[in-house]
Design a protein around this ligand. Structure first.
Ligand SMILES: Cc1cc2nc3c(=O)[nH]c(=O)nc-3n(C[C@H](O)[C@H](O)[C@H](O)COP(=O)(O)OP(=O)(O)OC[C@H]3O[C@@H](n4cnc5c(N)ncnc54)[C@H](O)[C@@H]3O)c2cc1C
Length: 422
């Protein structure tokens, strides 16, 4: 044993090991959150043999694992085409259960049940004939020179390797890009958006809740309980309301932490768990509709808003968003509104934000694309992540067909394919 430890006993040097190659795909998508689900369905529907790898035992990512059951974004008339998997997914969820009726061009938020999201997304993935691996952690990549050639996973079957022509990193944290040696933007802990453990509360008079859905604390409440909530820097009552059986999801714990550091992440989970009881006590005492409420459960995972963003061929900045640039390759429509006059307005993201600078055969989709911190505040919402998932796999499928690298994809061909998908 001692010879595999280095002199200072600071490292353990693992002996080389043969890893079985378990499959060969056109496209591997890592991460079954909003970006990854849509990427995998789109890729398979476009005829690519597709593998979707997800570490949890269900799909949905932050939506279902962290109970962020609040789809922010809007569809314009041009976007609302049921051939698009994100539109089909939203439409099918709305048919089953949703608090809001969809008004095209107007809706900014839609709340729904996490179980319905899990069910419908899984059915769509199965129907598209995506090969799905759940409870499967991607732990490394196979890289030859600058090219990513596949992914190494770990699970109950041990370590396995999968080969592919293109890999799409939809892990939220940019894990695959990290294993591949891509450079990142990462804010210091103090500047990152906080982590939140969402919890579900029952016995709520939801008639009152409708009025306070995502409202800032009114002065009255603020005065009475300053002592309690200021400690957590909470300024608003933030609730997602699927409104079934008096249940709501409370989005109010806040912890500053580095979610990429296991020790920090563990501390954050412990702190958040302590906060929820104080917050619930506050809701019961001061917020109308909560007096007889009780905590049902907490999200399986603490919600992580911000970690790594890749350094891509272009870095989207806030000016690009506010100017609504649609020149050059600014072609991927976001699903977000800019709330000037409270009107729905899309902005566009360049394809180059999905391509890492120094690694080939890898595309990135979801919250870890190449943006500045301020631009990230607009790109991280669920519908934009879905849009990015769709765009990444349209690009991947063309690259597979033409046998070219993502960075060499002709932008006019990509644009045409993107528009034809609507
Ligand atoms: C508390 C909170 C509140 C929010 N509120 C809203 C809101 O109201 N509306 C809104 O639109 N957005 C909201 N967001 C933002 C939004 O939820 C996320 O930005 C979005 O879900 C990111 O999508 P994604 O697909 O990029 O990543 P994720 O949703 O994080 O999905 C990534 C998936 O990859 C999997 N994964 C990660 N690493 C690996 C690995 N190594 N191997 C295998 N699988 C892996 C994860 O398990 C996960 O399923 C909120 C976020 C948080 C945390």
């Amino acid at each position: 044993m001692i010879e595999v430890l280095n002199k200072m006993n600071r490292f353990y040097c693992q002996p080389p090991k043969k890893i079985p190659i378990n499959g060969n795909f056109d496209v591997i998508v890592v991460g079954g959150g909003p970006a990854g689900i849509i990427a995998a369905i789109t890729s398979a529907r476009r005829g690519c043999k597709t593998l979707l790898i997800e570490k949890n035992g269900f799909l949905g990512g932050t939506i279902t694992a962290s109970l962020v059951v609040n789809w922010i974004g809007a569809f314009t008339k041009e976007d609302f085409d049921l051939r698009r998997p994100s539109v089909e997914l939203m439409q099918r969820i709305l048919e089953k259960n949703s608090f809001f009726n969809l008004v095209i061009g107007k809706n900014q938020q839609i709340s729904f049940s996490p179980e319905i999201f899990k069910d419908i997304s899984l059915r769509m993935v199965e129907k598209a004939k995506v090969k799905l691996l759940l409870h499967t952690y991607a732990v490394d990549v196979i890289r030859e020179k600058n090219n990513v050639k596949g992914v190494i996973i770990e699970g109950k079957s041990g370590r396995l390797a999968f080969l592919s022509r293109i890999v799409i990193d939809a892990t939220g944290d940019g894990d695959i890009a990290f294993f591949s040696g891509v450079n990142f933007y990462s804010e210091p802990k103090s500047k990152r958006l906080p982590l939140t453990l969402i919890f579900r509360v029952g016995g709520v008079d939801t008639g009152y809740c409708k009025k306070i859905f995502y409202s800032y604390l009114d002065k009255n409440i603020d005065q009475k309980c300053k002592w309690k909530l200021n400690k957590f820097n909470i300024k608003k009552v933030s609730i997602f309301c699927p409104f079934q059986n008096g249940e709501v999801f409370v989005n109010m714990t806040k912890i500053k932490a580095d979610a990429l550091n296991l020790h920090d992440l563990t501390k954050a989970c412990i702190k958040a768990r302590k906060q929820i009881y104080k917050i619930h006590e506050f809701l019961k005492r001061y917020v109308p509709g909560f007096s007889k409420s009780y905590i049902i459960d907490t999200a399986p995972q603490i919600g992580v808003r911000e970690t790594r963003r890749i350094k891509g061929l272009y870095t989207l900045n806030q000016r690009d968003i506010f100017k609504v640039r649609k020149d050059e390759d600014f072609i991927i429509p976001s699903g977000f509104f800019i709330s000037k006059n409270n009107s729905v307005s899309q902005f566009y993201i360049p394809y180059r934000c999905l391509i890492p600078k120094n690694v080939d055969n890898l595309l990135v989709a979801g919250r870890c694309i190449s943006t500045s911190h301020n631009a990230f505040l607009y790109t991280r919402n669920i519908s934009t992540c879905m849009s990015l998932g769709e765009a990444s796999s349209i690009a991947a499928s063309i690259c597979c067909k033409k046998n070219i690298l993502p960075r060499n994809l002709d932008i006019d061909i990509f644009n045409k394919a993107l528009n034809n998908s609507k």
